[in-house]
Design a protein around this ligand. Structure first.
Ligand SMILES: [Zn+2]
Length: 275
């Protein structure tokens, strides 16, 4: 009896201790959570107003990378830069033909880092309203497989395909950029295209991103200079994978290029109407 009481007492003490510990733990957690929340979700300053009059709306269509720093290499050893210039040029033409007369194509040269800063100052100095960066996708090196193309040892990965859209929360027009990215994503989806869903997967390592819109494939990418340091609305489009052997061929086809350019122009048109 005496022993069982002491066991009960020990149990009771340990129960109280564990309750105390767990409440301390949950207190810490509840203290930490809002602190993190406050740090992360500090009230943002209101977004600068943005009006859209088609002929005056200054759009910069940026062809990602440069001849010197050409981005990814496709499965058939073609530099990403060439794919980007072709599509960016087509998007520019399409936007102009739909009344966005103040659209210009931005092609920069030189090494990677200075070219990024050049892009940002071209957009900011030219008081762009919208900065749209065009890229084509690859995979992290560890996923590459080897094959021979045109007698040369080459790399590919057929594992992933599709387009993706990126916006930065550090951009002063984050919400508006997200809205436009969603519109582009919806237009692409309505054309029967699918987005690249691998960016949330652990296999992507340091390229993993937060998925902001699971229906149309918009991801958050704060570290991108062209998205975070531009003062305009900014969206980056990875139009498709050129390391995927089938998709590379598709991305080379005028039909697909037309489809994407049309979808982007339609989304920008819709975006403008809502301003
Ligand atoms: Zn790129």
């Amino acid at each position: 009896m005496g022993q069982s009481r002491s066991i009960i007492a020990v149990l009771a003490v340990s129960l109280v201790a564990s309750i105390l510990l767990s409440s301390v733990a949950s207190f810490n957690a509840s203290q930490a959570a809002p602190a993190r929340k406050i740090a992360k979700h500090r009230p943002r300053p209101p977004e600068p107003p943005l009006k859209c009059e088609k002929p005056k709306f200054r759009i910069v269509v940026d062809a990602g990378h440069t001849p010197d720093s050409y981005g990814a290499l496709s499965a058939r050893n073609d530099p990403e830069f060439g794919f980007n210039v072709r599509l960016a040029r087509l998007i520019t033409t399409k936007l102009k033909s739909e009344g966005f007369a103040a659209t210009r194509l931005l092609v920069t040269d030189g090494k990677a880092r200075p070219s990024l800063l050049k892009r940002v100052s071209a957009a900011n100095d030219g008081r762009a309203d919208l900065f749209l960066s065009i890229h084509h996708d690859s995979v992290p090196d560890k996923l590459l497989e080897t094959w021979e193309f045109d007698g040369a040892p080459s790399y590919f990965s057929d594992r992933f395909s599709g387009h993706s859209l990126f916006v930065s929360e550090r951009n002063p027009h984050f919400a508006t950029s997200l809205m436009l990215a969603r519109m582009i994503g919806r237009q692409l989806r309505d054309q029967g295209l699918h987005y690249a869903s691998q960016y949330t997967m652990p296999v992507m390592g340091r390229y993993r991103r937060q998925l902001l819109d699971k229906d149309v494939g918009v991801y958050r990418y704060d570290g991108l200079v062209v998205l975070s340091q531009t003062r305009s609305v900014a969206v980056l489009l990875e139009a498709g994978s050129i390391i995927n052997r089938d998709e590379e061929m598709t991305m080379n086809s005028p039909e697909r290029q037309e489809l994407i350019a049309g979808a982007v122009a339609a989304a920008v048109g819709e975006f403008c109407e809502r301003r």
